[in-house]
Design a protein around this ligand. Sequence first.
Ligand SMILES: Cc1cc2nc3c(=O)[nH]c(=O)nc-3n(C[C@H](O)[C@H](O)[C@H](O)COP(=O)(O)O)c2cc1C
Length: 381
Amino acid sequence: MDIDPAHVDAVLATTRAVRRRLDLERPVDNQILLDCIDLAEQAPTGGNLGSRRWIIVRDQAVKDQLGELYRATALPFMAAAAERLRGTGHAQERVMESAVYLAEHLAEVPAIVIPTIIGRHDGGSRPGLFDSVIQAAWSFCLALRARGLGTTWVTAALQDEAKVKEILGIPEHMTEVVLFPVAFTKGTEFSRAQRRPAREITYFDRYGTTSAAGPGDALRFDDGPGLIAETDIDASPATVWALITDIDLPSQFSDEFLGARWDSDARGIGAVFHGRNHHPAIGEWTIPCFVDTWVEHRAFGWCTSDPEQPGAHWCFELEPSAGRTRLRFSYVIGPGQSGTTRAITLNPGKEARVLRRRLNDVQTNMQRTIDGIKSLAEGGS
Ligand SMILES: Cc1cc2nc3c(=O)[nH]c(=O)nc-3n(C[C@H](O)[C@H](O)[C@H](O)COP(=O)(O)O)c2cc1C
C-alpha cells in the first residue's frame, strides 16, 4: 500500500482544538463515531490488554447535565481569564474566548464522546491502565479530522469526577480521561499551530545538548553544538527580566564567569559589554559581547568576540505562563573562533571529546546561573 505522507502530515499538522467552528446544526451519524473508535482502538496498549471503554452521549437530558457541569466548573475562571486578556493581543486571548463559547454551547453539540479506561490511575507504572488511553484518544481526534469532523480535548468538564460518574453511571473502578464535543466542522481548512521547532526542544545523547545542524554520529563543531537550561520561576517576567539583564549577576553563581560591564549607557540591540572569565586550563580572559536580541520582558541575547563570526551565542528567553515565568538559557558554540576551536586544533582527532568536555563545563554553570536567578526572583538569597 502506498501511503501519501502529505495527506497524513496534513491531518497531523492541522488537527486543532475546534470550538466556534463546530457545526451544531449538522447531524453526526453514530456509525462515523464507531468507525473512528475502531481506528482509535488500533493504538498501542500496555500488556496488549484492551481496557478502553467509550461512551457516546446523544441523550439531550444527559448532554444538558454535562453542559451545566462544565459551565459550573470552568466558566467562572475561563470568563475571568477572557475578560483579563481582552484587547491585550496575548496568545491566550482568543483561546479563552473560544473556550467560553464552547462551555456555553457544550449541550448543543451533536455528540459528546468520552473515552474511559478500566482502572484507577495510581501513579504507578503498571501497563494497561491510564497510560494506554491517551494515544487512542488522540487517534480518535485524527480520525475525526480525516472525515471532516472536529473536536476539542476538554478536561475541565471532568474535574468533578463524582458528578461525572453520577451523570453517566460510570463505576468507581473506571477513569474518565477526556471529554470530546464532536461535530462536523464549518469548513475543513485549518492551519498549523505555532510551535517551537524540533531543534529547539530536541536533545542529542545527553539532556540539554542541542545541535543547530546535523548531528551525525558524534559531536562536531560544524554542526553548532549547544545547550539549553530551563527552569520555571514563581515570579513575573518583569522581575526575571531585571535579573537577567543585570549582566554582572551570573558571577555570583558561575565558577567561570567573573563579571561584566557595559561599554556605554546604551542598551538594546547593538549595545556592547565586556565579560571577564576564568578557567583553570586557560587562565583569565576578557571577551566583547554584542547584544543581538533585546525584547523587553521576553528575550536578551548576545554573541561573543565578533558579531559577524561569533565564538558563541548566548540567549535568555522568558515565557510567561499564568503569573509564572519559564526561563530558558541557551548557548551555541561557533561558528567563529574561540578557546574551544583552539582546543580542537590542539587535540587532533579529539573534536567530540573536546566539545563534550566544554559542554559539560558550561552546562554546570548555566544550571547554577538559572537556579540562582530563580532563587533571587522567588525571594530567596
Ligand atoms: C490536557 C489538555 C487539557 C485541555 N483542556 C481543555 C478544556 O478543558 N477546555 C478547552 O476548551 N480546551 C482544552 N484543551 C485544549 C487546549 O486549550 C488547546 O489544545 C490549545 O488551546 C491549543 O490549541 P490547538 O490544539 O488548536 O493547537 C486541553 C488540551 C489538553 C492537551
